[in-house]
Design a protein around this ligand. Sequence first.
Ligand SMILES: Nc1ncnc2c1ncn2[C@@H]1O[C@H](COP(=O)(O)OP(=O)(O)OP(=O)(O)O)[C@@H](O)[C@H]1O
Ligand SMILES: [Mg+2]
Length: 387
Amino acid sequence: MAPISVLVADPDPEFSAEVSQELSRAGIVLAAACQRLEQVRDVAARVEPQVLLLGPGFRPDELLPLAQDMLSVFEELGVVVVSARVVADFLHDALAAGVHDVLEVPVDADQLLNSITRAHDLAHGEAGVAKSLEMPASPCRVITIFSTKGGVGKTVIATNLAVALARQNARVAIIDLDLQFGDVGVMYQLEPSHTIHDAVDLGPEPTRHMVEPLLAKHSTGVHALLAPSEPELADLISPSTVTGVIEALKASHEYVVIDTPPSFNDHVLTVLDRSDAVCLVATMDIPAIKNVKLCVATMRLLGYPAEKTCLVLNRTERHVGLHPDEIEQTVGMKISASLPADRAVPLSINKGVPLVEDAPRSAVSKGIVSLAGRLSAVPGGAAVTVG
Ligand SMILES: Nc1ncnc2c1ncn2[C@@H]1O[C@H](COP(=O)(O)OP(=O)(O)OP(=O)(O)O)[C@@H](O)[C@H]1O
Ligand SMILES: [Mg+2]
């Protein structure tokens, strides 16, 4: 693939020089550098860059009209803005204007390169993203992985299910709704330059174009809206922000997979309401089974239809004094997937490679791929209630 070419504009030539150095290390070409905004359009017409990087030396009020103008004239141009201070209004206005990413100084080299690559991909419609912002081929399905018990494997299942669905050539987004301690980013080895916390600034009804720049892109094609990097930021994210991002992501993806914290908090209730399928995860021990039974009872009380829920048994082992039949009887649901305990799981986590990629032949991978098949084939989520 030809290297990405970038036009850098900033009043300070040193900014352009530093950026140019970082770019060349990553095989990105500096098409040109200019110091005045008035020059940008003419220079761009001449050198035809793929990405325009606007530096922190310009005032936001002069920079956004230029960005908007450039985006309307140069159809496939990616635009990244680096700003001295990103306040909510500016982020909102920039994303609404079609800017692909906004970074706040200090910006580290990896962040900058990720951002430029992503802006390029978005503008060129690569990996099914940008042009994908047109409507998806089929209506979006929201799949939530939930359990009120911690450590049962929700995140392992959610992150691998998302990859398994993406391998069916579907556009898949994953939301890390474990807002305080989410580790989808760790499992995918993604450095977040943006998180769901940035969606707070987008208002209650952000468009897909506004949410798209907040997604971290995994090599498998899955787009991840990661949890905030500091737990205290979780309090600032309201359920209406969560609803807003789900609706925006539904407009440009075929699946939205949601990983959850181990409790029925307001955010979880919000997403359960919007889910087409809810996978309840249990392990083969009495506390986990008791939890899932209570969870099912609570969901029935709240009026969630049984056909929406399915039961996934994780870390299954033989001879632990509990038989899957007893679990089905106790919970009152058929088991939709049984995933054995396998050290390939922690091994893959420690490598930062999803299990379905790292050990595709393991029984856990096969179980998750088959669950993905059932969830995509059966409206509601392949659940059968037995009692
Ligand atoms: N099938 C499996 N075989 C072996 N280990 C597993 C399996 N599934 C999950 N694990 C291990 O269990 C641990 C917890 O998994 P995970 O983080 O997915 O749970 P969780 O339900 O998301 O936890 P939390 O509620 O804290 O978010 C992981 O470290 C993982 O290595
Ligand atoms: Mg988790």
